[in-house]
Design a protein around this ligand. Structure first.
Ligand SMILES: Nc1ncnc2c1ncn2[C@@H]1O[C@H](COP(=O)(O)OP(=O)(O)OP(=O)(O)O)[C@@H](O)[C@H]1O
Ligand SMILES: [Mg+2]
Length: 250
């Protein structure tokens, strides 16, 4: 790893401590009022918003470190229930945009309730009940990061709806993220995976994002020995299909 890269990763790493201190402080003010004193409803709202945003930064810091590990080829596989893997990815994703939905997801008792919560946001989750309860062995942090990026893009570029299909195929976990947006002409199918490339950057000059998400997704998938297929054309929406090989239980 280059000295420059180590310096950047160390800097990102060192953000973890102040973030943890902020989180602990805000949590204490909210949850230990007998010790820290009462707060008004308005103050509570402000504190909760600060806490949510702190969590978002924490996720992003962890993402950056995970990507660094991936560049070094480090994989951390462990056992996950598919349900918690998907739920966690959805919570982290909605934390970035619609925090009320992420709260609702956390409170879902079963798959049907979760599907209904997602439907209200135009997201269709397709997975069979049997698979939902199964355990798989993979690098959960990487898979969550991939899912979050693809779902984020789909939500950003959709017209109305997004579909997430999760399946088990041979020895892989396969998930596809489909949207009904403007789609991606085949001439751009490779370019969109390059760092900083954004199809619409030149058109309106004010696109959200940095053109880094998909480049990161590709690094993570390759390191897990997975594959990505893109099906899309102009005006026809986009489907990103990812296959991640499952490990034997450690
Ligand atoms: N679902 C999609 N539909 C249409 N275009 C897409 C879709 N996903 C990605 N793209 C195109 O690919 C480009 C690169 O995507 P990528 O996720 O790397 O960057 P971004 O979303 O623009 O920013 P970032 O992910 O860094 O916040 C996007 O700017 C967009 O032009
Ligand atoms: Mg993106």
């Amino acid at each position: 790893m280059s000295r420059e890269r180590i310096k950047i990763d160390l800097l990102i790493h060192d953000l973890k401590v102040p973030l943890a201190v902020i989180e602990a402080g805000l949590t204490s003010l909210l949850n230990r009022r007998e010790k820290y004193g009462p707060i008004t409803e308005k103050q509570e709202k402000v504190l909760r918003r600060a806490l949510r945003n702190n969590k978002v930064i924490k996720t992003l810091v962890n993402d950056a470190l995970e990507l660094g590990k991936s560049r070094q080829g480090i994989i951390n596989s462990s056992n996950f229930r598919i349900s918690s893997l998907i739920e966690d990815a959805l919570v982290e994703m909605f934390d970035l945009s619609y925090c009320n939905t992420s709260e609702e997801i956390k409170n879902c008792m079963d798959l049907e309730v979760l599907k209904n919560v997602l439907n209200k946001k135009g997201v269709l989750l397709v997975i069979d009940e049997g698979l939902w309860g199964q355990e798989v062995c993979l690098d959960g942090a990487k898979v969550r990061q991939i899912l979050r990026n693809l779902l984020n893009n789909a939500l950003k570029y959709r017209k109305e709806c997004v579909e997430l299909v999760v399946e088990k195929r041979n020895d892989c976990l396969a998930f596809s993220v489909r949207d009904d947006g403007e789609g991606i002409p085949s001439t751009y199918h490779e370019k969109i995976f390059q760092c900083y490339f954004q199809m619409d950057a030149t058109e309106n000059g004010c696109v959200r994002g940095h053109g880094l998400g998909l480049a990161g997704v590709m690094v993570l998938i390759e390191d897990m020995g997975g594959r990505l297929f893109l099906e899309s054309d102009e005006g026809k929406g986009a489907t990103f299909l990812v296959e991640v090989p499952l490990k034997d239980n450690p």
